[in-house]
Write a new protein. Structure first.
Length: 100
């Protein structure tokens, strides 16, 4: 899960996509960016999720240049969705202006 503006900008630059446009929404708790990174920290894919949205990705996982991710990569992201929902229930993703 990408939380800082710096990390979001870094991943957006490396994947050559527009993820940086979501940094304010991420900081405000309105959007969650999830990156698939290797053991060296290199990002390979990215997906976006909106807290409160029922169990689907707001932005389907993509590779660099917004190329569609393969089925195996999609599966890895989909496996992570229950963790995001659980974190949401625990109040991890509090929207700006709301209290936990």
């Amino acid at each position: 899960v990408l939380r800082s503006r710096h990390r979001i900008l870094d991943v957006a630059r490396r994947l050559k996509n527009c993820a940086s446009m979501y940094s304010r929404q991420v900081e405000g708790g309105e959007y969650v960016l999830v990156a698939l990174v290797d053991s060296n920290g290199k990002p390979h894919a990215l997906a976006g999720w909106e807290p409160g949205r029922p169990g689907v990705w707001a932005h389907r996982p993509v590779l660099s240049l917004n190329r569609p991710a393969a089925a195996e990569t999609l599966s890895r992201f989909d496996t992570f969705l229950p963790r995001l929902r659980a974190a949401e229930k625990d109040g991890v993703f509090t929207r700006r202006g709301q209290t936990q």
